[in-house]
Design a protein around this ligand. Structure first.
Ligand code: SF4
Length: 700
């Protein structure tokens, strides 16, 4: 008999429910789970091709030391010994974990516990740093906690949906499908897309504002000033539940309407159309993603958006609120366990002595990291200059995906001891490992993930684990034990989830937002059957409300939100040597560095090779024709890509996808060109704003 397993898609932050069917002959097929509240049966192209990506080509099947296959005992003993020796000789900050939003929450929890609670360093950071850390920093500044106030349903209930810095149609396709369906049901719903590019998402736009790169801060500051001018501020909400409005408004008024037009490159009538629509519509949701976050002023841009929702009280009520769309399947779960170098666990603050003491007592550890660790870009700087001497990279491919990727590769090559755990042995990063640990993949592993609307869902196994692969949480727990630490006797993910839930409720008198204490004593059978649910789920308090902040209740000590004055000018990046702005991003049918989606011929057929989009006028100036090879150069690196001449692109700017490695073509890695420039608050790289020059490739 065929068997059916309910699980969750491992790609984007929408977190769609999937039903995987294994036929009697072992063939796997997938379909959307009609009962899952994220997708109600829908899947996008990537999700529906999941069964095509389960092949074993390139899989890591046995632990390896250098080129030699070995058994787990030898590999784990070596890792534990080298980490212990490094810590004994150079201190705990000489080691680091670079982890991933692909990890399940249980994996993440054990990694964070080991590094922050027992090794005693906060040098654990994640590739989620590259996609949503500006939102985290913005949430914490405004709300006092990293809380997404709304739900996906709000996007269907809104009368105005604003999509800024988000190509939703390609990057969060099922959310896009839900908005399309809602718009068909309610034609009065309006959609505004704010994006320098004319993307596929613009197909549903009533208004497309093709602003300059990084023009969003000026646009939303101008909106705040407009809302005040036309009397659209919710004075009661502002007075009772916020502070900082006068200062934020003063900063917003720093630009005149003409100044906003200059800073955004938009015409005043189109700006006015947007502002009037926002002012006149109660039910407004503003969704934002990498176009906002991946900027050197990303956190300020997030707060400029939050300011407008706080000023109008449009937050936490049906159809209203700001909505950060997370990129990865478990970026949110990583935030919950403190997977970022500047967070502790269960949304507690590393900088708070009280929180550190609470976590230390809960874990029963001798030490807890007392200062923030190195964020992703800084971490690889520390690898490059020798401060980090032992590095464990889990489930991610930084040689391709980090900014200044050539330097990152050189740093990993030079690092005295590098451990990589991954499902693939053939990634650019895995090839550099001193020790390669084979991890279990989607369909084999068991645990939970949290999507963009705070919904926790189970990933369940339905196929046999190949070779000697083992889950990441097991590998980490083994290393914890072999390094001599207590508290790593986990035998199953249900035990880890229960501990995580118990920590979230430990001495929580309602002053912390993340609380799933209702699951603190969950047993294996209940965990196996656990259906999707949104946090919080506090013990003894049935969840009656899935939204936050309609009536205040923010997590700053006074219970009020902060409107943050933001007025940073857009940094100039171009020069006569590097006159074009490169925007890097995703395409519809590939995920990250293609280590899984690259296995599907169907997905690879969508865009067969790496490309760079260029406006016809820029192409003409540079004597580049459609399909020519183009060399792109920045001060950090070089890549060669196929030209796609299109007026979807603005003059003076380019777009190139971030998925390809040098292996698949002569493209090189686009992140080799990306400057290691980061937002000062979040540490998130400015991957959408890279100064480059372009020329026709001489070989063409
Ligand atoms: Fe998977 Fe995201 Fe597509 Fe849903 S929208 S099927 S989570 S990739």
């Amino acid at each position: 008999m065929p068997t059916e397993t309910r699980t969750t898609c491992p790609y984007c932050g929408v977190g769609c429910g999937v039903i995987a069917t294994v036929a009697e002959d072992g063939a796997v097929s997938v379909k959307g789970d009609l009962d899952h509240p994220a997708n109600f049966g829908r899947l996008c192209s990537k999700g529906s091709a999941l069964a095509e990506t389960l092949g074993l080509e390139g899989r890591a099947l046995h632990p390896q030391i250098g080129d030699r296959s070995t058994d787990w005992d030898e590999a784990l003993d070596l890792v534990a010994a080298r980490f212990s020796e490094t810590i004994a000789t150079h201190g705990p900050d000489a080691v680091a974990f670079y982890v991933s939003g692909q990890l399940l929450t249980e994996d993440y929890y054990v990694a964070n516990k080991l590094m922050k609670g027992f090794i005693g360093s906060a040098n654990i950071d994640t590739n989620s740093r590259l996609c949503m850390s500006s939102s985290v920093a913005g949430h914490r500044r405004a709300f006092g906690a990293d809380t997404v106030p709304g739900t996906y349903e709000d996007l269907e209930l809104a009368d105005l949906v604003i999509l800024t810095g988000s190509n939703l149609a390609w990057c969060h396709p099922v959310i896009y499908q839900r908005i399309v369906a809602a718009k068909e049901r309610r034609p009065e719903m309006k959609v505004v897309v704010i994006d320098p590019r004319r993307t596929a998402t613009c197909d549903i736009a009533d208004l497309h504002l093709a602003l300059r790169p990084d023009g969003d801060l000026a646009l939303f500051n101008g909106l705040l000033a407009h809302l005040a001018d036309v009397g659209a501020v919710h004075c009661e909400y502002v007075a009772n539940h916020t502070s900082g409005f006068p200062q934020a408004l003063e900063a917003a008024r720093g630009l005149s309407p003409d100044g906003v037009a200059n800073a955004t490159g938009l015409r005043r009538p189109e700006i006015a159309a947007f502002y009037d629509l926002f002012a006149a519509t109660q039910k407004v949701v503003t969704c934002y993603s990498q176009g906002v976050n991946q900027s050197s002023i990303g956190t300020d841009k997030v707060n400029a958006i939050l300011n407008c929702h706080l000023a109008t009280g449009r937050i936490g009520r049906p159809g209203m609120g700001p909505f950060s769309l997370t990129g990865q399947p478990n970026a949110m779960g990583g935030r919950e366990v403190g997977g970022l170098a500047n967070m502790l666990a269960a949304h507690m603050a590393l900088e708070s002595a009280e929180d550190r003491d609470r976590v230390q007592r809960f874990w029963g550890s001798a030490t807890v990291a007392s200062k923030p660790g190195l964020k992703a870009v800084d971490m690889f700087d520390a690898v490059a200059d020798g401060r980090i001497k032992a590095l464990w990279i889990m489930s991610t491919n930084p040689v391709v995906s980090m900014p200044d990727a050539d330097r990152v590769r050189a740093a990993i090559e030079a690092c005295p001891f590098v451990v990589v755990s991954d499902i693939q042995a053939d990634t650019d990063t895995a090839r550099l490992a001193d020790v390669l640990l084979p991890a279990t993949g989607w369909g084999e592993k068991s645990g939970t993930v949290t999507n963009s609307e705070r919904r926790i869902s189970r990933q369940r196994p339905f196929i046999a684990t190949p070779g000697a692969a083992r889950p990441d949480w097991w590998q980490l727990a083994q290393i914890g034990r072999r390094m001599g630490f207590d508290g790593f006797d986990f035998t199953a993910p249900a035990e880890i989830f229960a501990e995580h839930a118990a920590l979230s409720a430990f001495e929580n008198d309602g002053t912390r937002d993340f609380d799933i204490g209702a699951h603190a004593t969950i047993d294996a059978a209940t965990y196996d059957a656990l259906g999707p649910f949104q946090w919080p789920q506090r013990e003894g308090t049935p969840q009656t409300e899935s939204r936050f902040f309609a009536n205040g209740g923010f997590y700053h000590a006074d219970g009020k939100a902060r409107l943050v004055p933001v007025s940073a000018p857009v940094p100039a990046r171009t020069s006569s040597d590097y006159p074009l702005i490169l925007n890097t991003g995703r395409i519809r049918d590939q995920w990250h560095t293609m280590t899984r989606t690259g296995k599907s011929a169907r997905l690879s057929a969508h865009m067969a090779e790496p490309f760079v989009e260029i406006h016809p006028d820029d192409a003409a100036k540079l004597e580049i024709r459609d399909a020519d090879l183009v060399a792109l150069e920045s001060p950090w690196g070089r890549a060669v890509l196929r030209a796609l001449v299109t007026n979807r692109q603005q003059r003076g700017s380019l777009f190139a996808p971030m998925h390809w490695t040098g292996e698949f073509s002569n493209a090189g890695r686009i992140d080799a060109l990306v400057a290691p420039v980061t937002d000062p608050h979040s540490g998130q790289p400015a991957s959408k704003h890279v100064a480059v020059r372009a020329s026709r490739h001489p070989a063409d």
